[in-house]
Design a binder for this molecule. Structure first.
Ligand SMILES: O=C(O)C(=O)Cc1ccccc1
Length: 402
C-alpha cells in the first residue's frame, strides 16, 4: 500500500445517468436521486447493473476483489515508512486537475494519517490498494466524487461506542454507494515519547471513539488527566512526535507507534477485548447484488405521518424472515420538528426522524425486493445506500488486531 495526499475542494463534478436513490415521487426536500413512481425492484436492479457495466468497466474488477477481500483473512501489507516520507493528508483541492492514472491499483481515501485504523480497514478490504490520507471525512467523500480516489472508507459503528452518527449523516448528504464492509478488531495502545513515564503525563489525546473505548482502563491505570479529542488516533501520535510533547500520551495503534517513533506505555487498553469497529466502503457506482454469498443491504427512510410506521416497516422484514442487523434513528435534518395543532391544548412539537436499517439479504433476492416495495408504501423517502457482501471473517479477540 502506498500513500499520497488529497486536498479539499469546494467544487463538485456533475454526475449523470446513474440511479442514486429510489424514492417516491411525492418525496420532497431531498436532493440526489431519480424518483420512480412505482418501484419495480427487479428492473431497478437491472438498471443499476447496466449502469455499472456500461459506465465503469473497472467496477467489475473491483467487485471481485471487494467480495474476495471481505471473506478472506488479509492483513495489511505495508512496508515501514520513514517519517519524512509520510504523506500529509489532503485538506483543500486547489484545482480540478484530472486524477493521475494508477493502472489497476485501487485508490482508497480514508480520514486520518498513516497508522489510523481507517487505513488498516482500507488494507483489509483491498489488500493491494493505495491508501490516500485525507484530513476530514468530507474530503474522503470528495476525493471519490472527483475521481481522485476509487473508494472511501468510513467507520460507522463500534461495538463499545455504538454508531458514529456524524458519518451516517454524511452518507445521506453525499451520493456514494456502500459497496462493502469490514469489521476490524481495534487494539489500542497508550503511546508516549521514548523515556516518558506515566507520572509525567497531564493529557491523553485521541479520536473521541478511542478515548471513550479506553476510559475505564485509563482510570485503572491512574491516568486521571485531561482527555482531548483530535481528528484521528494516528494524528494524535504524530502530534506528540512532531511537537516533542513529553507531557502527553496518545491512544493509537502499535503501527502508529512504529511510524512516529513512539514507545508503547500500555498495550491493549480498550475496555473490552471484543472491541470491533465496522467500516463501510463507498464508491461512485453500486455493485451488482448477488445471491451466491451472504449479502447485506443498508437503507434509510423517513415518513411524513401515520401511525405505527416503524412497526409496519419492521414487519415487512419479519414476515419474510429477513434479519435486521442494525436499526438507528437520527433527527431529520431537513425537517427536524413537526408542529401539531390541537385546538384545545395548543401546539405540540415532535421530533422527526430518519431511520437507518441494515438487513441480511441481497437486493437481487425477490424477498428483499418485495420487502422494500412494501416499505415504500409506508414511507415518504426511501434510499438504498447499498447492497454488498457481508464481512464473514471469523472473529476472536486477537484476530486481526491492528
Ligand atoms: O482515528 C482513527 O484511527 C480512525 O480510523 C477512527 C477510529 C477511531 C477509533 C476506533 C476506530 C476507528
Amino acid at each position: 500500500m502506498k500513500h499520497k495526499f488529497l486536498q479539499r475542494s469546494s467544487s463538485r463534478k456533475t454526475r449523470t445517468g446513474t440511479i442514486q436513490c429510489i424514492y417516491r415521487s411525492d418525496s420532497r426536500n431531498f436532493t440526489g436521486g431519480i424518483g420512480l413512481n412505482r418501484t419495480d425492484w427487479q428492473s431497478s436492479c437491472a438498471i443499476l447493473a447496466s449502469n455499472v457495466v456500461s459506465q465503469q468497466p473497472e467496477t467489475e474488477k473491483a467487485n471481485n476483489s471487494e467480495i474476495a477481500a471481505v471473506n478472506g483473512h488479509k492483513t495489511l501489507d505495508l512496508a515501514p515508512i520513514v517519517d519524512q516520507n509520510l504523506p500529509k493528508p489532503l485538506s483543500l483541492i486547489p484545482d480540478l486537475s484530472p486524477a493521475p492514472m494508477h493502472g489497476n491499483q485501487l485508490r482508497v481515501a480514508y480520514q486520518g494519517v498513516p497508522g489510523a485504523y481507517s487505513e488498516a480497514a482500507a488494507g483489509k478490504a483491498y489488500p493491494k490498494c493505495e491508501a490516500i490520507p485525507c484530513d476530514q471525512f468530507e474530503v474522503a467523500f470528495q476525493a471519490v466524487e472527483l475521481w481522485l480516489a476509487d473508494r472511501a472508507v468510513l467507520p460507522v459503528e463500534n461495538s463499545l461506542g455504538g454508531s458514529i452518527h456524524r458519518n451516517y449523516d454524511l452518507l445521506l448528504r453525499h451520493r456514494l454507494h456502500i459497496v462493502g464492509e469490514v469489521q476490524l478488531p481495534v487494539h489500542h495502545c497508550l503511546l508516549v515519547l521514548p523515556g516518558v513515564r506515566k507520572e509525567y503525563l497531564n493529557r491523553v489525546i485521541s479520536h473521541p471513539q478511542a478515548l471513550s473505548q479506553c476510559e475505564l482502563t485509563l482510570t485503572k491505570l491512574g491516568l486521571n488527566v485531561a482527555r482531548e479529542a483530535v481528528d484521528d488516533t494516528a494524528g494524535a501520535a504524530e502530534f506528540i512526535a512532531s511537537n516533542n510533547r513529553r507531557d502527553t500520551a496518545a491512544i493509537a495503534s502499535a503501527r502508529a507507534a512504529e511510524l512516529y517513533g513512539l514507545q508503547i506505555l500500555a498495550d491493549g487498553i480498550q475496555d473490552d477485548l471484543g472491541n470491533v469497529t465496522r467500516f463501510v466502503m463507498l464508491a461512485r457506482e453500486p455493485i451488482i447484488p448477488r445471491t451466491d454469498r451472504p449479502f447485506k443491504t443498508s437503507i434509510v427512510f423517513a415518513h411524513d405521518k401515520g401511525t405505527s410506521v416503524l412497526f409496519k416497516v419492521l414487519s415487512a422484514f419479519a414476515f419474510r424472515n429477513i434479519s435486521l442487523t442494525k436499526i438507528e434513528s437520527r433527527p431529520h435534518r431537513n425537517c427536524p420538528i413537526r408542529c401539531v395543532d390541537d385546538a384545545n391544548v395548543g401546539t405540540a412539537k415532535h421530533f422527526e426522524y430518519m431511520f437507518y436499517i441494515d438487513f441480511e439479504a441481497s437486493m437481487a433476492e425477490p424477498r428483499a425486493q418485495n420487502a422494500l416495495a412494501e416499505v415504500q408504501e409506508f414511507t415518504s423517502f426511501l434510499r438504498v445506500l447499498g447492497s454488498y457482501p457481508m464481512d464473514m471473517t471469523p472473529w476472536s479477540p486477537r484476530n486481526g488486531d491492528e
